[in-house]
Design a protein around this ligand. Structure first.
Ligand SMILES: Cc1cc2nc3c(=O)[nH]c(=O)nc-3n(C[C@H](O)[C@H](O)[C@H](O)COP(=O)(O)OP(=O)(O)OC[C@H]3O[C@@H](n4cnc5c(N)ncnc54)[C@H](O)[C@@H]3O)c2cc1C
Length: 399
């Protein structure tokens, strides 16, 4: 394992860090005031600059217009971008589009690639991923009620989904629906591409999450699929392979989240240290940083972030070397370790800011609200822990 950063990556990281500091972090106060749609014109201006820097779509494959970075290099870049909630969107490597690009690239037909993948990588359209259902446990995804029934050359889709992130403003959804109800559990469902302007694709609402319904890219939709008719040509991969493909999508997807969360850790840590050094708490000029309890938070946070970073880079390295399957345990470990590290670091940073931390005058309250979900989506902590423990315990027959 070699964590040396190449000269090319060092240059890219310098450019990206500078861009985030100079062009994106100054937009954050506006982000707290405006809707995402209202932010779009300025974000598009920033995206033009990213294209000029030739850093557009850094993690997408080269043959469809991306930069084709390895997972380790993308991890380093993603930490730099994750320091602001706008980073990944402006550089066009955001979830859920990143995962959708991967599966369209691997499993899409030529027609699907032309219609959906190429404009998605180019940034002309956006997409969403619609699997979780209101009445079924997302933690056991083989339990799905949404069906896609064949009718002539079409599928007719019926179902009730929610938490379809970023559906508002998307051009198509990749929908998980049961096509083969008689088959064994893991081969019952398929992925089907559904353009969001199809009659029967009904976006009920953007779900209020921690006080904010959000809009456009920053939102999570509830969707009713009501006799939603799409051509069978929109089937993605073989029929019944929905879960097999989802596993491929979620492996790198989890790594991508962890890398972004490290950026959130780093930014929160920087804010915590600056505040600790500047907030005077005595008349003779002593700052918060003079107190041992704060010093302890600083040291613990630095060590926890570094541990989480090394675990994440190691998992990324293993995926680069041996593929997703070989790195299954590492992926589960980082999913819950990094999510919990982030939660602790953001919480400490917010606490150090006192009342200011609760306001929207710093980015910490945004991180606190939006990132609690990290311990739930893409596999709740408990699900990862249970399945990891099961695999570990198999290696230890009873004494
Ligand atoms: C902000 C956000 C964005 C999301 N984006 C998307 C998206 O874009 N597309 C999409 O399809 N879905 C998305 N989801 C849905 C997400 O994947 C599910 O919420 C998640 O899989 C959990 O499913 P559930 O909510 O139905 O919880 P449940 O399955 O009801 O589980 C509830 C809780 O029970 C516990 N639990 C469950 N199973 C076990 C077990 N085996 N052992 C021990 N404890 C267990 C866990 O603590 C879990 O949190 C998103 C969710 C959030 C919060």
């Amino acid at each position: 394992m070699d964590f040396a950063i190449s000269e090319k990556m060092k240059t890219i990281l310098e450019m990206v860090n500078e861009f985030v500091d100079r062009e994106l972090i100054p937009l954050e106060p506006e982000m707290a005031r405006l809707s995402f749609k209202e932010m779009l014109p300025v974000l598009r201006e920033k995206q033009k600059k990213v294209r000029q820097m030739e850093l557009w779509a850094p993690n997408f494959p080269k043959d469809c217009g991306g930069l084709g970075l390895s997972l380790v290099d993308h991890g380093l870049l993603s930490e730099a971008l994750g320091r602001t909630p706008l980073g990944h969107y402006v550089f066009w490597c955001q979830a859920p589009d990143a995962g959708n690009v991967e599966i369209l690239h691997l499993h899409g037909t030529e027609e699907q690639k032309e219609k959906f993948l190429n404009p998605l990588v180019a940034g002309d359209i956006r997409s969403c991923f619609s699997m979780t259902e209101v009445d079924m446990p997302g933690s056991n995804p083989v339990m799905l009620e949404t069906t896609a029934v064949k009718d002539g050359d079409d599928y007719i889709i019926n179902g009730h989904k929610w938490y379809t992130s970023s559906a508002d403003g998307s051009d198509f959804a990749i929908v998980m629906a049961v096509t083969n109800p008689e088959a064994p559990d893991y081969v019952q469902a398929s992925m089907i591409i559904v353009p969001t302007n199809t009659p029967g694709f009904n976006l009920v609402r953007n779900i209020p999450v921690m006080g904010h319904a959000g809009d456009d890219y920053f939102s999570h939709a509830e969707i009713l699929y009501q006799s939603c008719r799409v051509p069978q040509a929109n089937l993605l991969g073989p029929e019944g392979h929905g879960f097999i493909i989802a596993q491929e999508r979620l492996g790198p997807g989890r790594i991508h989240h962890c890398m972004r969360w490290l950026g959130i850790c780093q930014r929160s840590f920087e804010l915590m240290c600056r505040r600790a050094n500047s907030r005077q708490i005595t008349r003779d000029g002593k700052t918060l940083a003079s107190r041992q309890i704060i010093q302890s938070w600083v040291s613990e946070s630095a060590a926890e972030i570094q541990a989480a970073r090394l675990m994440t880079l190691h998992a990324a390295w293993r995926i680069d070397q041996e593929g997703v399957k070989a790195a299954r345990d590492e992926i589960s470990m980082i999913k819950f370790v990094v999510a919990n590290t982030m939660q602790r670091v953001v919480d400490r940073a917010l606490q150090v800011h006192g009342g200011l931390g609760m306001t929207d005058d710093t980015i910490l309250s945004f991180f606190f609200r939006h990132e609690r979900a990290a311990r739930i989506y893409d596999g709740a902590d408990e699900v990862h822990k249970v399945s990891l423990a099961r695999r570990i315990l198999r290696n230890y027959p009873p004494a």
